[in-house]
Design a protein around this ligand. Structure first.
Ligand code: IPE
Ligand code: IPE
Ligand code: MG
Length: 230
């Protein structure tokens, strides 16, 4: 089996990682964001074409305001700091999620990294920010209706073109930190994804852990409903 085309990561456990070190949760978020930068380049070096990373869910707005503010500030800082590196490495950065409820400086930083990397074609980093899988389906439905497309003949594959980003389905979904749930992440796109729940917290999910994950992926038997391996 080939390496996956689309890998998705639910980057969970930043808070617990920090707590274990007697540090504030925000320290874990900082470490997690540094890890994503490094790990994303490694993952693209393995031939993966799309990496979707869950950065902030629509439900994460329920967290204390200081933590939400810290995360939003971190996003702004990172997008301005990192756009040149993504640009140089020919990685296109895109976003999935609702723009409403996001601060204007966050939207500006998102627009900056999107604009700077829009012509890149080696791979795609899809950052899911203010993202909820259920909202994505609702928002896609609205787009279908306003496009005038005949819903009676809409196929599941065609429906995916109406999502926030037009991406292939997820082959391999990883959620770090031992929680066995999707927490509203890409429910539709993960229909036939192989799913892996490592115990390690996201800041410790490094290149070695990804290699381990890939080995596990290669041992899986993807059948897509048929009786033979595809
Ligand atoms: C994931 O880590 C990052 C975000 C949700 C923004 P958490 O903050 O959920 O860390 P834990 O799960 O509380 O350890
Ligand atoms: C999912 O993690 C969201 C992100 C990783 C960005 P959460 O920590 O928010 O999920 P729950 O609350 O444990 O389900
Ligand atoms: Mg969590």
């Amino acid at each position: 089996m080939n390496n996956p085309t689309h890998v998705a990561i639910i980057m969970d456990g930043n808070g617990r990682w920090a707590k274990k070190r007697m540090m504030p949760r925000t320290f874990g978020h900082k470490k997690g964001s540094e890890n994503l930068r490094k790990l994303s380049f490694y993952i693209f070096d393995q031939g993966v074409k799309v990496l979707s990373a869950f950065c902030f869910s629509t439900e994460n707005f329920k967290r204390p305001q200081e933590e939400v503010d810290f995360l939003m500030n971190l996003f702004v800082e990172k997008f301005y700091q990192e756009f040149e590196e993504y640009k140089k490495k020919n990685i296109k950065v895109v976003f999935s999620g609702r723009r409403e409820n996001l601060r204007s400086d966050v939207l500006d930083a998102m627009d900056k990294i999107t604009e700077e990397t829009k012509d890149n074609d080696r791979a795609i980093l899809n950052l899911c920010l203010n993202y909820g899988g259920q909202y994505e389906v609702i928002d896609a439905m609205k787009k279908v209706i306003s496009s005038g497309q005949n819903i009676d003949c809409l196929t599941p594959e065609e429906f995916m073109h109406f999502f926030y980003q037009d991406l292939p389905p997820i082959d391999f979904l990883i959620r770090t930190s031992g929680e066995n749930r999707l927490s509203n992440f890409m429910l539709y796109q993960a229909s036939y994804a192989e799913i892996y729940f490592p115990e390690v917290h996201f800041p410790d999910f490094d290149e070695k852990e990804f290699d381990k994950a890939l080995d596990i992926y290669h041992k899986r038997d993807r059948r897509f409903g048929s009786i033979k391996e595809k």
